[in-house]
Design a protein around this ligand. Structure first.
Ligand code: FAD
Length: 406
C-alpha cells in the first residue's frame, strides 16, 4: 500500500485525497488551518461556483494554458456531475454553464467532500503546518510541528498566496523551489484595481454598467461589459475582475495599463450625439449637470464634466457642437490610469506559480523529482471567473491522487 502525504486541504487536496484513498493508498492530508476547505466555504459569495459545463484551455492563463487540456478531459462535466452524485452532492446548472450546489450553499460542497474523504479512510491532520519537505532514497520526509514522517509520494496542493486571511501561503512555492522547480512570479488575479485618479475616490460607491476596455501600453487588449463600482482606492465590479488578470500581469511586467470606460455602451457615437442634441433641445434652459443626470449617475456627471472642462451650471442651449463632441467622446472613452491591483489580500486567485514546463500534464508528477506531485492553484495556471479555478483544482487533484496511488 502506497503511503501518501497531501499538503493542503483545499479543493485540489481534498479531491486528490479521495481519489488516492479510493484507489487503495494510505493517505495523510496536512492542513495548517483549523479546518479544511476554507476557500470552498468563502467561494462564490458563499454559494460556490463549483464548475462550468463548458471549459477549455481558452478559459485559463499561464505560460502554457494548454497544460490543462488533458486534465479537463479526464474530469468532463458529466463525469464530475456523477462523481458529485456519488458523494451526495446535487448541482444546480445555470443557463450560462455555471454550476452551484443545489442547496445554494458552499457548505454543502465541503460537507460532502469531508464525509467522502473521511469515509475513504484518509487521515486528516488540521492545525498541522508543513514546514519542510525533503527527499531521501526511500521516499520523502514531511516535517510538521517538529514531527517528521516518511511517505512514498507527496502532493503539493498548497494553493496560492491569494486571500491570506483564509490561510493562503506561499509555502508550496518554497517547497517546489527547494527541489529545483522554477516559480513563475505570482501576481493577484480576479482582483480590484487602483487608479491614479483624483475623481475615482470621490465617486466611491457609484455603481453602473459599462463597457470596459483594458489598454496595455496604449493598445486595446480586452473589452468586457458588466458592472463597475468606483471605490476609495480605484475601481471594482465584475467587469473589472474580468480584465484584472491581464491588467495585473501587465503591471507585473512594468507595462502601462489603463482602462477606457464606455458609460453608455448601448449607443454608438452617432446615436449618442443625436440623443444628446435632442435631449438638450427639449430642455434648453437646464444646466448641463442636471440634463446629463437623466442619462448617467449624478456623481459621474460631476466629474465627467470636470474632465471635459465644462462648468456644471452651463445652460445646455449654449453648448456648441465642439462641447457636445467632447462629451460624447468622454462618455464613450473615459480613461483612467491603473497604478496597481488591490493586492493578494483581496484577490480571489493568483496567476504564476510552479512552472508547468517541469510537470507532467498527464500525471501531475514533477519531471525533476520522482514521486513529487502538484495540483491546483500552486501551478502556473489561473482561470477566469465562472467556476474555472475549481474546475482545474478538481481535475488536477483527481489525476494526481489516482496516479500517486499506482
Ligand atoms: C473569496 C474567494 C471566492 C472564490 N470563488 C470561487 C468560485 O466561486 N469558483 C471558482 O472556481 N473559484 C473560486 N475561487 C478560487 C478557488 O477557491 C481556488 O482556485 C481553489 O480553492 C484552489 O484550490 P487549491 O486546492 O489549489 O488551493 P486552496 O483551496 O487554497 O487550498 C490550499 C490549502 O493549503 C493549505 N496550506 C497552505 N500552506 C500550507 C502548509 N504549509 N501546510 C499545510 N497546509 C497548507 C491552505 O490553508 C489551504 O487550505 C475563489 C477564491 C476566493 C478567495
Amino acid at each position: 500500500m502506497k503511503k501518501i502525504a497531501i499538503i493542503g486541504g483545499g479543493a485540489s487536496g481534498l479531491m486528490a485525497a479521495l481519489a488516492a484513498a479510493r484507489s487503495g493508498a494510505n493517505v495523510t492530508l496536512y492542513e495548517h488551518n483549523n479546518a479544511v476547505g476554507k476557500k470552498i466555504l468563502a467561494s462564490g459569495n458563499g454559494r460556490c461556483n463549483i464548475i462550468n459545463t463548458t471549459v477549455s484551455y481558452h478559459d485559463y492563463a499561464g505560460s502554457d494554458p494548454q497544460f490543462v487540456t488533458y486534465a479537463l478531459k479526464q474530469l468532463s462535466f458529466h463525469y464530475f456531475q456523477s462523481f458529485c452524485h456519488s458523494i451526495g452532492l446535487l448541482l444546480d446548472i445555470k443557463d450560462d454553464g455555471r454550476c452551484y450546489p443545489l442547496s445554494n450553499e458552499a457548505k454543502s460542497v465541503l460537507i460532502a467532500f469531508k464525509s467522502a474523504v473521511s469515509g475513504a479512510g484518509v487521515t486528516i491532520l488540521t492545525e498541522c503546518a508543513v514546514t519542510a519537505l525533503s527527499k531521501e532514497s526511500a521516499g520523502f520526509i514531511v516535517t510538521s510541528d517538529n514531527n517528521k514522517r516518511r511517505y512514498d509520494k507527496v502532493l503539493i496542493a498548497t494553493g496560492s498566496e491569494a486571500a491570506p486571511q483564509l490561510g493562503a501561503t506561499a509555502d508550496g512555492y518554497t517547497f517546489a523551489r527547494n527541489f529545483g522547480h522554477e516559480i513563475i512570479p505570482p501576481y493577484p488575479s480576479l482582483v480590484q484595481l487602483h487608479l491614479s485618479s483624483k475623481h475615482a475616490p470621490k465617486m466611491a460607491g457609484v455603481k453602473t454598467v459599462a463597457e470596459v476596455t483594458l489598454l496595455i501600453d496604449g493598445k486595446s487588449n480586452t473589452t468586457v461589459t458588466g458592472d463597475i463600482l468606483f471605490a476609495s482606492y480605484g475601481i471594482s465590479g465584475l467587469a473589472i475582475l474580468d480584465v484584472s488578470q491581464k491588467a495585473s500581469f501587465a503591471l507585473l511586467h512594468k507595462q502601462r495599463v489603463s482602462l477606457s470606460l464606455n458609460l453608455l455602451p448601448q449607443f454608438d457615437t452617432q446615436t449618442l450625439t443625436n440623443t444628446l442634441d435632442k435631449l438638450f433641445a427639449s430642455i434648453p434652459n437646464q444646466s448641463v449637470q442636471n440634463a446629463l443626470c437623466g442619462l448617467l449617475p449624478a456623481k459621474i456627471v460631476t466629474y465627467l464634466l470636470d474632465d471635459a472642462q465644462i462648468p456644471l451650471s452651463v445652460c445646455v442651449s449654449t453648448l456648441g457642437p465642439k462641447e457636445i463632441k467632447k462629451l460624447v467622446y468622454l462618455i464613450r472613452e473615459w480613461k483612467f490610469e491603473v497604478t496597481d491591483t488591490h493586492g493578494f489580500k483581496h484577490a480571489e486567485v493568483s496567476g504564476g506559480g510552479v512552472s508547468t514546463a517541469q510537470v507532467n500534464h498527464k500525471t501531475m508528477e514533477s519531471k525533476l523529482v520522482e514521486g513529487l506531485y502538484f495540483a491546483g492553484e500552486v501551478l502556473d495556471i489561473v482561470g477566469r471567473r465562472g467556476g474555472y479555478n475549481f474546475n482545474f483544482a478538481w481535475a488536477s487533484g483527481m489525476i494526481a491522487g489516482k496516479e500517486m496511488a499506482k
